[in-house]
Design a protein around this ligand. Structure first.
Ligand SMILES: *[C@@H]1O[C@H](CO)[C@@H](O)[C@H](O)[C@H]1NC(C)=O
Ligand SMILES: *[C@@H]1O[C@H](CO)[C@@H](O)[C@H](O)[C@H]1NC(C)=O
Ligand SMILES: *[C@@H]1O[C@H](CO)[C@@H](O)[C@H](O)[C@H]1NC(C)=O
Ligand SMILES: *[C@@H]1O[C@H](CO)[C@@H](O)[C@H](O)[C@H]1NC(C)=O
Ligand SMILES: *[C@@H]1O[C@H](CO)[C@@H](O)[C@H](O)[C@H]1NC(C)=O
Ligand SMILES: *[C@@H]1O[C@H](CO)[C@@H](O)[C@H](O)[C@H]1NC(C)=O
Ligand SMILES: *[C@@H]1O[C@H](CO)[C@@H](O)[C@H](O)[C@H]1NC(C)=O
Length: 892
């Protein structure tokens, strides 16, 4: 067989296997109605995340109806960081009522509404939207203030999911009405989705004698077809987020532990554990297979293994909800632990809204065996809270049976949950708008002055395959600087007892940035740039690379002077103005809380200048080794890794194109003043290759030694798995606090990747862990972390996890760490290792943070088109040549 074909088959085969194992099975339910409407758009657009096509409403059969004389306008939104941009890219806005009519089959449907509150044009100010939405005779939203709702959740976008029944073949009207409460209020909508659901998935079947348990009353209740519901929480308890495409065909989103954690009470945070059984194939004999994705049933939260502790606390979540509504609560269970197989093995009580919902919950009895998913439904009324509180908590508490003789394990378990608000007697589902978030905290004292940082000149290493084409040396790690602008920060996870109402905060990839000008990437005049750098005075140079110099400067922004990093590309670079502009357009659209934002650019007089945000705390490496900075605690390192992993995940999947970073390393992960990790240098490596033919692009190996994916090096084929490899090396750096490559070290220790693998194989990890972390990492956490790192560095790309899996794995590791309270019982395992010493003169990488002027002077930057594939990092003045990423040739 043709080897390529063979490879293709193998790939497909492996994918099928992986899919199967991961339970990413093809949808088990096929909706009859499946409408995705992108409002204010003409034509079709594909959402990169779930691969679904959204059709524009302009001049389509779904064009909304509007009374004569009134009209709506369509606008494109500025790009946002949200990983699923479609349908948020355009909106329909109007100051008068408009109605969409959807011809539908009869049956129960999901109606999903998508809003991205932003200022679409001068006449549609972000804060002025205020409107009601009605559908099928139900009020879904009333005087809905989209901007404050998004702000309260620290999110850029707001989406709502409703369920309602279409009685007989008829059309459904969805009407948007601007509020009369405010004179210049307008209504808007970005996307509408209507998807059929299986009969009586949530609604009570007419044939069924009883519906959900009515908590606090003896009569069971029923969810009748004449009710509408709004989904308020849907969580894969103890597991990772499962977004739309991982659902069973209904495109439901399941939040993961990142969100769930916010709602846990402190004791539960401290003591509960996260059992999982990734090998189990759930047996859907009790409930339909489409009820929830298999993954929901493979992970759970339980109380822990210590009976004594389990008896002194309740596993408790508190969910903020609107008061004076009935709520439908569905709890998903599956016993998958090998030792829980018999009735009464794990017996517990369930309290919902402080009332007994189950006296003797026994999953094995309900499901008739281990490995069989089951769910239980409840309806509860949530009364008004004390005072004028808009939101009250709906508590869910699981209490282990205290009596030892009744049960084997005094423990409780939950795998997943869904909470819906039920329409009231006025056919209303709308609640009040949330309160605006509290003003941002006064910023912590300024971070240490940049000049205090010990300078660490670093060697540059160039890897490459010769190509005869001159390429603009792609740019080097940029120094990015803090800008004074305050970005509303999402409140900290562990902040308050119940997690703030801004619960969704940790969907943090959507941090709100209302202060962003609508034009995301600003044009700076050359005069401004010259003023900021005193005409490119060399005293402002803070970095030198093959592409040119990096200056530190202050520019006028948002009415104040702000420090920025100004990267001036060399004029002799081959990149034409047009290509440059194209790249800028692309880079400026990459917005994510974990990416360093491009602030602006300048192209006057043939200059090619990029302006970046300033990152106050420098690079991740600055906090790991060869530094005077104090060592970071383990939790914080994990948080930083999670952030960086999210940034890379966004590059790989969230943007319009898959973007492969190509130069992931600890110096390309920067930290802002709040210690939020930001990936830098993305997209730039591509910049160098615009003039190169396609074939060349794939043969130009870029990257830094120590981090370079061996498979990429061998096969010269770039995939996002190369980034995964490099990220694995970063994870090792974070754990071991040593460089990726130590040329002076003994051979087997030279490469951190290899050394880690060897130590992992031989069970000698204790030899390499950062001494300052000894005894501080829980065993389970360490195990998981190293497992992720090693899997990232698998020789074969196909075997490496995706960045999404990495994010989830790290979150899981963090959770494991937090559940042991940061203490470890593992001193003996980690103690007594040899310190890694003499890490001198051997760094790999290229960012130097504020170097001394002597060093700066000693820097030479040539532009020779070096056609040599040498990787000799000791050559001074080696330059931005072909394929190279980097050029900071100064050794120490
Ligand atoms: C929406 O809420 C915000 C915050 O409370 C407020 O400033 C704004 O005026 C509200 N918009 C309207 C149209 O009422
Ligand atoms: C839907 O809206 C259209 C236009 O406003 C109206 O003619 C029609 O009667 C409405 N249908 C229903 C079922 O309300
Ligand atoms: C359970 O926890 C209690 C209280 O912390 C402790 O005293 C006891 O030793 C633990 N039991 C086991 C078996 O670990
Ligand atoms: C668990 O919750 C129930 C119901 O709210 C309460 O009666 C019980 O005291 C709680 N147990 C503990 C240990 O907090
Ligand atoms: C996972 O499930 C399988 C099949 O039921 C079982 O044999 C195994 O013991 C379970 N693993 C764990 C870790 O509980
Ligand atoms: C309801 O239960 C939660 C936790 O179980 C507790 O914090 C809260 O105080 C209880 N509320 C009332 C009114 O008893
Ligand atoms: C939870 O654990 C943390 C850290 O170990 C501790 O500071 C805190 O007091 C614990 N909280 C409770 C309620 O036990």
């Amino acid at each position: 067989m043709n080897p390529n074909l063979a490879h293709l088959f193998l790939t497909l085969f492996l994918q099928i296997i992986t899919l199967h194992v991961a339970g990413d099975s093809p949808s088990v339910y096929k909706p009859v109605d499946d409408i995705t409407l992108q409002c204010g758009f003409s034509g079709d657009q594909v959402n990169q995340q779930d691969g679904r096509t959204w059709s524009g409403d302009i001049n389509s059969k779904f064009s909304p109806f509007q009374a004569a004389g009134s009209s709506s306008v369509y606008k494109a939104a500025t790009p946002i960081s949200s990983s699923s941009q479609v349908p948020y890219t355009t909106a329909r806005l109007s100051r008068s009522e408009f109605t969409y009519t959807f011809p539908l089959t009869s049956g129960q449907k999901f109606i999903r509404l998508y809003f991205y509150p932003t200022s679409y044009a001068a006449e549609f100010d972000r804060s002025k939207s205020l409107f009601s939405v009605e559908a099928g005779g139900f009020t879904l939203l009333r005087d809905f203030n989209a901007s404050v709702t998004a702000d309260a959740f620290s999110s850029e976008t707001v989406s709502r999911e409703f369920c309602l029944n279409i009685a007989s073949e008829q059309s459904l009207n969805i009407t948007f009405t601007p509020s009369r409460a405010s004179p210049d209020a307008y209504a808007f909508i970005n996307g509408i989705e209507i998807v059929s659901m299986p009969d009586n998935l949530y609604y009570t079947s007419p044939q069924s004698a009883d519906g959900p348990v009515s908590v606090g009353s003896i009569n069971p209740s029923r969810i009748e077809n004449n009710a509408a519901m709004e989904m308020v929480y849907r969580i894969n308890v103890g597991g990772s987020q499962l977004s739309f495409n991982r659902d069973t065909g209904m495109y439901r989103n399941w939040d993961g532990i990142q969100v769930e954690y916010n709602y846990l009470d402190d004791l539960s945070k401290n003591f509960s554990v996260l059992p999982q059984n990734s090998s189990i194939q759930p047996d859907f004999s009790e409930i339909p297979e489409y009820s929830a994705p298999e993954e929901v049933y493979r992970t759970a939260r339980s109380m822990g293994t210590n009976k004594t502790i389990n008896k002194i606390y309740n596993l408790t979540w508190g969910f903020p909800v609107d008061s004076t509504f009935y709520y439908f609560v569905r709890l998903h269970f599956c016993e998958f632990e090998g030792d829980v197989t018999l009735p009464r093995d794990r017996l517990f009580q369930i309290f919902i809204s402080n009332q007994t919902a189950e006296q003797m919950a026994d999953v094995i009895t309900w499901s008739r065996g281990n490995g069989k998913p089951v769910y239980k439904d409840y309806v509860v009324f949530v009364p008004a809270g004390a005072g004028s509180k808009k939101k009250v908590h709906l508590f869910l508490a699981l209490q282990a049976t205290p009596k030892d003789r009744l049960t084997n394990y005094n423990d409780a378990i939950l795998n997943g949950l869904e909470i819906f608000k039920l329409s009231d007697s006025n056919r209303n589902l709308a609640g009040p708008n949330p309160d605006p978030p509290p003003p941002p905290n006064i910023a912590q004292p300024e971070s240490p002055k940049v000049s205090d940082k010990k300078s660490i000149p670093l060697l540059a290493i160039i890897a490459g395959v010769v190509s005869g084409v001159f390429v603009l040396a792609s740019v080097f790690g940029f120094l990015v600087f803090r800008r004074g602008r305050k970005v509303k920060d999402s409140s900290s996870r562990q902040g308050t007892k119940w997690g703030p109402f801004s619960s969704a905060t940790t969907k943090s990839t959507k941090t709100h940035r209302s202060s962003l000008p609508s034009d995301l990437c600003r044009y700076f005049s050359l005069a401004e740039i010259k003023a900021a750098t005193q005409n490119f005075d060399s005293v402002f140079i803070i970095g030198v690379g093959g592409f040119g110099h990096v200056y530190k400067g202050n520019v006028n922004m948002d009415g104040g002077l702000h420090p920025v990093a100004i990267k001036r590309l060399k004029s002799e670079s081959s990149q034409g103005a047009h290509e440059f502009k194209t790249e800028i357009d692309m880079l400026s659209q990459l917005r994510h809380v974990h990416l360093v934002p491009l602030v602006g650019y300048c192209m006057d007089d043939g200059e090619m200048i990029l302006v970046y945000d300033y990152m106050a705390r420098g690079t991740l490496r600055d906090h790991l080794y060869n530094t005077d900075n104090p060592p970071l605690p383990w939790d914080q390192r994990l948080q930083i890794c999670i952030g960086a992993a999210r940034g890379l995940h966004y590059l790989h999947t969230g943007a319009k194109y898959t973007i492969i970073h190509r130069d992931v390393k600890s110096t390309n992960i920067l930290l802002d003043e709040k210690w939020v990790a930001k990936v830098s240098d993305f997209g730039l490596s591509k910049m160098g290759s615009t003039n190169v033919s396609q074939t060349h692009i794939s043969t130009v190996v870029k990257g830094s030694f120590g981090y370079l994916d061996p498979e990429y090096y061998r096969r010269q084929q770039l995939t996002e798995k190369s980034d995964v490899y490099s990220f694995g090396v970063v994870l090792c750096e974070v754990l071991c606090a040593r460089p990726a490559l130590i040329r002076t070290a003994e051979k087997k220790q030279m490469s951190l990747a290899e050394w880690t693998k060897i130590c992992h194989r031989n069970g000698k990890l204790d030899q390499i862990i950062d001494p300052s972390l000894r005894g501080k990492i829980g065993n389970a956490c360490l195990k998981k972390y190293v497992e992720i790192a090693v899997s990232c560095m698998h020789d074969s790309g196909i075997e490496r996890p995706s960045m999404n899996d990495v994010v989830w794995g790290l979150e899981f590791a963090l959770q494991l760490q937090q559940s042991v309270g940061g203490d470890s019982n593992s001193n003996d395992e980690m103690g007594g290792g040899d310190d890694i010493e003499s890490v001198t003169g051997s760094d790999v990488g290229f960012i130097s943070w504020e170097e001394s002027s002597e060093l700066k002077k000693s820097r030479v930057s040539k532009t020779s088109s070096d056609h040599n594939s040498t990787t000799n990092e000791s050559i001074k003045g080696m330059s931005g040549t072909v394929f190279s990423e980097i050029n900071d040739p100064n050794g120490r």
